[in-house]
Design a protein around this ligand. Structure first.
Ligand code: 7RM
Length: 673
């Protein structure tokens, strides 16, 4: 069933699980639709009162704020709690280490089952303190940027929190990115320190992070020190002394005590690169208080956290989901979080379910692509597990199709858990559209209703007019600022304004299409810009095209996303060559390699189509609409027989400079030419 069908065919409705009201499990924090509505209304009508209260309740302040909010989307000058002072590491570590030193903060589930560890809040305090002192030894100061290129080990979280402790700004780069991508991000942010590992481990395979980092660093003069965590010790990694130092040697003789810097609410906490419609990723900047409050409040209310919960988010710390829902949100709430190093199918497709039972996880958060892939592998991998510790199951990263949702609900949730389809972005810092487990009835495929403080608008994409009432489809925008919205793009505020504030005056533009159904529920339909979403990884078509064009054999390239049953979308590249005599098989391989080295293996295209020309208008614009339909096989060889039918499917072709390109492309995709 497509989302289209799900919205229109009056979707089934699932009320909050009955057992939530029967004393068997903790009573949800937000326990009725009325309570949600009342709080939501207050939060958007009087954000000052609402967020002022929640900020005092959930965070520890060194100096209380007197002003709650300032600025807006018109001028892109958003501020929250601006005269307040606090420290994120104090909030995520110290306050819990003092109150509950022996409570487990992190469950580290290593790639090989059974080799993991549990880290208490006391240990976390000590490890973060030691590493913060290492950073200080190497002259890292408030406002300096530190790049973290790490596998999924607790040390990645220690490094993030150590930065927060001393006021350094971290830039975590996902360990799946290539040397070129790492280099670009280090250069853009002017990072002083790189924190990495000898190797990463994933699904039994090793990834040579230090070797990749060295390639990147050949062109990164800003880096003064490389701190290398020894994850495997399996290979002797090249060391370039005195630039390179070992993590274990450095922390060994450091004091675990490092005073937490007093930070202003609006001081930057971190930046994280994300893809937009251009070839150059943006360093989205989040600030101290607003971001932390967003992460803390959303995870508490959306996953209904209670004191003894064990929360498992399966994302990577290299993405925003890992920042907010592995590290900052859960730890700020003082509960137990999971760092999962492996993949869902290693060593067997039962890995997640084994993990849930072994650690008695109460919440589990993953992406639709993983849910679909595991569903395909068969229920026999799930059935032997009890899964009775679970209360809330979350989904994030892309629209979840109703079939996958229902499977998650029945086979994993055993019809006794709340499913929360959570919609948000790197830029929003925390979840913005979502059900609340005890309050909002769900419809499979809909992210349901806005979280507190989120004031949504559906706009007509062309006129920018707001579409009022229910049963409307348009683009999703946000009317007023909320604490965790990104404040700027690193070193490029103009780009921030141009991307998010300019498209629709007075609104923040999400870039997503949306339907608000007859009940006022939101159904996210995916990007309306040139961003594609492969397994929940956000990529820009322009970024992939830029990589291809850099290959000496490539004349022109156009990249489109097509639907894929498992990964949501998949990448198809159309390319024309400089020489028509080239060996196409060899070139195709070279192009795949080109993308993998410029971006990373997760951007591997599903298909490369070599074509003599791209379909262009007479003015030279590439007609992506045609490429999308041809790539997705919405038009096939059979349509070539019928000119009217072809026009019906592809739309107006009269602006095409050379209409004969259409049959050529169709034949190419069908493998007939
Ligand atoms: C958290 C994250 C953001 C883009 C966003 C959407 C898509 C994310 C959902 C979703 C439908 C969801 N950050 N998206 N969550 N679409 N339903 N629940 O993914 O910056 O990497 O991507 O992802 O298109 O704009 S992200």
């Amino acid at each position: 069933m497509s989302i289209e069908e799900a919205v229109t065919e009056s979707a089934p409705i699932f009320p909050p699980p009955e057992r939530f009201q029967q004393g068997e499990v903790p009573v949800p924090h937000i326990n009725s639709l009325e309570q949600y509505k009342e709080l939501h209304e207050e939060s958007v009508k009087n954000p000052t009162a609402f967020w002022g209260r929640v900020a005092k309740e959930l965070l520890h302040w060194y100096r209380p704020f007197t002003q709650v909010n300032y600025g807006g989307f018109v001028d892109g000058d958003v501020q929250w709690f601006s005269d307040g002072q606090l420290n994120v590491a104090y909030n995520c570590v110290d306050r819990h280490a003092f109150a509950n030193p022996d409570k487990v903060a992190i469950i580290w589930e290593s790639d090989e089952p059974g080799q993991g560890e549990k880290i208490t809040y006391r240990q976390l305090y000590q490890e973060v303190g030691k590493f913060a002192n290492v950073l200080k030894k190497y002259k890292v100061r408030k406002g300096d940027t530190v790049c973290i290129y790490m596998p999924m080990v607790p040390e990645a979280a220690y490094a993030m929190l150590a930065c927060a402790r001393i006021g350094a700004v971290h830039s975590v780069v996902f360990a799946g990115f290539s040397a070129d991508a790492l280099r670009d991000r280090i250069q853009d942010a002017g990072c002083k320190i790189l924190v990495t590992a000898d190797q990463g481990k994933r699904g039994g395979k090793s990834i040579g992070l230090k070797v990749i980092a060295d390639q990147a660093l050949a062109d990164c003069p800003s880096i003064e020190k490389v701190i290398v965590y020894q994850r495997t010790g399996d290979i002797s990694v090249p060391f370039s002394s005195p630039r390179d130092v070992w993590w274990h040697e450095e922390v060994d003789n450091q004091s675990p005590v490092c005073p937490a810097e007093t930070m202003n609410a609006e001081d930057p906490l971190f930046m994280l690169y994300t893809s937009g419609s251009t070839g150059k990723p943006k360093g989205v900047v989040h600030t101290t208080a607003g971001y932390l409050l967003g992460a803390t409040a959303t995870v508490k209310y959306i996953f209904d956290l209670h004191e003894n919960d064990r929360f498992g988010c399966m994302a990577d710390v290299g993405w925003i989901t890992g920042h907010s829902y592995i590290v900052y949100g859960p730890l700020s709430n003082g509960i137990t979080t999971v760092i999962f190093e492996s993949i869902p199918t290693y060593p067997t497709p039962s890995r997640y379910w084994q993990l849930i039972d072994d650690h008695q996880l109460t919440q589990f958060y993953t992406a639709p692509t993983a849910i679909r892939a595991l569903r395909r592998l068969g229920d026999e991998h799930v059935e032997p597990y009890k899964l009775d510790s679970l209360r809330v199951l979350g989904s994030v990263g892309e629209p979840i199709n109703p079939e996958a949702w229902l499977w998650y609900h029945k086979v994993i949730g055993r019809e006794r858990c709340a499913i929360v389809d959570t919609y948000w972005q790197t830029e929003t810092g925390s979840i913005i559209v979502t059900p609340l487990p005890g309050a909002i009835a769900t419809k499979p495929g809909s992210a349901t209703l806005p979280f507190f403080g989120i004031d949504l608008a559906v706009l007509d994409p062309t006129t920018g007019q707001e579409l009022l009432g229910n049963d409307v489809t348009g683009v999703l925008a946000i009317r007023q600022p909320f604490p965790s919205i990104a404040r700027t793009v690193y070193d490029n505020h103009i780009r921030y304004l141009d991307t998010y504030m300019k498209p629709y005056h007075k609104y923040y533009f999400t870039g997503d299409g949306v339907t608000r159904d007859a009940d006022g529920y939101y159904w996210i339909r995916g990007r309306v810009d040139d961003v594609i979403n492969v397994s929940g990884h956000r990529l820009s078509t322009a970024e992939i095209e830029s990589a291809l064009i850099l290959h000496p054999a490539c004349a022109e390239a156009a990249v489109v996303g097509i639907n894929d049953d498992v990964t949501g979308q998949a990448i198809v590249c159309f390319a024309s060559l400089k020489s028509h005599h080239a060996d196409e098989t060899a070139i195709t391989k070279a192009f795949v390699a080109q993308i993998r080295t410029h971006i990373g293996p997760f951007a591997t295209p599903k298909r490369i189509v070599i074509t003599p020309e791209l379909p262009k208008t007479r003015s030279g614009k590439i007609m992506r609409r045609i490429l999308r339909k041809v790539a997705g096989q919405e038009v096939t060889l059979a349509d070539l027989e019928d000119e009217d039918g072809l026009r019906n499917k592809l739309g107006d072709l009269s602006t095409l400079a050379d209409p004969s390109i259409v049959p050529t492309l169709i034949k190419k995709v069908a493998g007939r030419q």
